[in-house]
Structures are given as C-alpha cells and as structure tokens.
Design a protein around this ligand. Structure first.
Ligand code: PAF
Length: 283
C-alpha cells in the first residue's frame, strides 16, 4: 500500500489505473470505516482511502483541534482491509489558500437536522468531498466510485444530491452502519466516551428503535401523533442525562416530515456528557 501526502503524488499513483474506488475519511478509523474499504475493493481497480480532518466542516467551538490524528495506526488497518493507496494530505496541500469557493447545498436538505445544529457543516463536507472527487477521479477513464457510510444518513443524501445536480460521473455507494455487540453505532467519537458513558451510549439507538416502533404503530394517524411521539422520545433520553438535539421520523426521500405512505427513517442526535452522537434507522 502506498501512502501519499500531496495531490500531485496521488494523481501520479492513480495514473496507471482506470477505475478508482474512493473512501473519504477523517481518520481515527474503526471497523465501520474498514467495512467501507472492503466494500470498495471489488468496485474498482484501485482502492483509495483519504484521511483528512477537514477544518471547513467544524464550527469554531467543535472538536477540530482535538479530533484524534492516528495516521500510523490507520494505515496499518487500511492495508489489512485491502486499501491500495492512502491519501493523507496536509492542510496546506488541500487548502493552499483560503477556500473562498465553496459548494453550498440547498437549505431544505442541508439546514435541517444536522445542518440546523451544525450550521455550515454540509457546506464544509460538500466542499471537501467535491475537491477529493476532483483530485481522485479527474484522470480516471473507467468507473468512478465513492463509498460513504449510512450512519451519516443526511450526509450521504446531501452528497448523492450534489453528484446528481452537478452531473458528476461518480457512483455513490452506501455502506451499512456497523454496530458494537450492544448495538451502539460505531463512530470515531465513541472514543471520547468514559466507561460509564460507553455503557449508556446504546440508549440512543434503543430510543430510535422505540420511536420507530411507535411511529409504525401510529400508522394512519402518524402526522397527528408524531410531534408527541418525538417529544416523548427526547424526554426519555433527557431523563437519563442526555441532551438530545433531535429524535425524529422523516421520509427517506428528502428527510422532510412524512406523509401517509412514505418510506420512513428515524434519525437522532444527542449529547452524552461532552460527546455528540448520531444514529439512524430505516423503518
Ligand atoms: O464522514 C466523514 O468522515 C467526513 O464528513 C468526510 C465525508 C470524510 C468529509 O470530510
């Protein structure tokens, strides 16, 4: 496996290949990321993982400075998962001058849920992902594939929409959420949890599951009952010491409030101590 740090070196490393499969990450890799890499391997003739903590998607009060940088360990894991090339650029290489041009996703998709609680987050994500696509795929002659985790459900949707609206010739493939034995969705931020918080953390996915069950039981009356069901789910977590941002049932198509007959997804974000966790579940 080759590890490259500059855009020029990545392009040179990819030149002999036709069909790169890219897995963008911010490093501090866990089994969820490695499952994405393994899913990417058969989709191209070279598997590339990017490891870059993207300042643009962090608000000033968030954990950009403390986000774990574990490149050496990440590379060992990536090699074992079948990755061929790791792209680990410096900030100076990715953003040699202030990134004035940005990709701004539509408010109706990007300013709700995660985007409401993390203003500018999806602009930061789209901007870096667009740039990674330009870097990894510009010279590809065959199929171009990028794999993203379904745990970041809204992010996946925002990226799919970006690819569609810009007519990018890239297949976006979703990798299912990997979970610990107790059901906690794997996340780099789980590493911030204390032992007691780690034992508690699965309650977010249990609360989403319960909300999903309640939503399905409400069936035809869902629109009427949903606000109360969501409020009850949030209060349940709050009573256990969490600070929920949202627990909500949305339609899968565009994450808007559901109408009768829509396919549904339950999404949630809540803070446990100082750690903010997210999860989702398709119904
Ligand atoms: O999901 C992530 O880890 C990041 O948002 C991504 C897609 C690598 C962009 O920085």
């Amino acid at each position: 496996m080759q590890v490259v740090h500059t855009i020029a070196d990545l392009r040179a490393a990819l030149r002999p290949f036709n069909a790169p499969a890219l897995v963008p990450t911010m490093g501090n890799l866990h089994a969820g990321h490695l499952a994405l890499v393994k899913a990417a391997v058969p989709l191209g003739d070279v598997t590339v993982a990017s490891v870059f903590v993207n300042r643009l998607q962090f608000a000033p009060h968030e954990d950009f400075d403390t986000y774990p940088r574990t490149l050496e360990a990440d590379c060992e894991k990536l090699a074992a998962a079948g990755c061929n090339v790791v792209f680990a650029p410096s900030e100076r290489d990715m953003y040699p001058e202030p990134q004035g041009y940005k990709v701004q996703p539509p408010a109706e998709l990007a300013d709700i849920l995660e985007g409401h609680f993390r203003p500018g987050f999806f602009t930061g994500v789209c901007t870096v992902v667009m740039k990674l696509f330009q870097i990894a795929f510009a010279e590809a002659k065959g199929r171009r594939t990028a794999v993203f985790g379904q745990k970041d459900y809204q992010q996946l949707m925002v990226i799919r929409r970006m690819v569609k609206q810009f007519a990018l010739p890239i297949d976006i493939v979703a990798g299912p959420t990997e979970r610990a034995a107790d059901g906690l969705a794997l996340s780099s931020r789980n590493g911030y949890l204390s032992e007691a918080e780690r034992a508690e953390a699965v309650q977010l996915s249990l609360a989403l599951r319960a909300l999903g069950r309640d939503a399905l039981a409400a069936a035809d009356g869902l629109q009427r009952h949903l606000p109360a069901l969501e409020e009850r789910a949030m209060q349940g977590l709050a009573a256990r010491g969490w600070k929920p941002d949202y627990l909500t049932v949305r339609r899968r198509e565009d994450l808007q409030p559901p109408r009768p007959g829509d396919a549904l997804v339950v999404l949630g974000a809540a803070r446990l101590g100082t750690t903010r966790l997210i999860d989702n579940l398709e119904l």
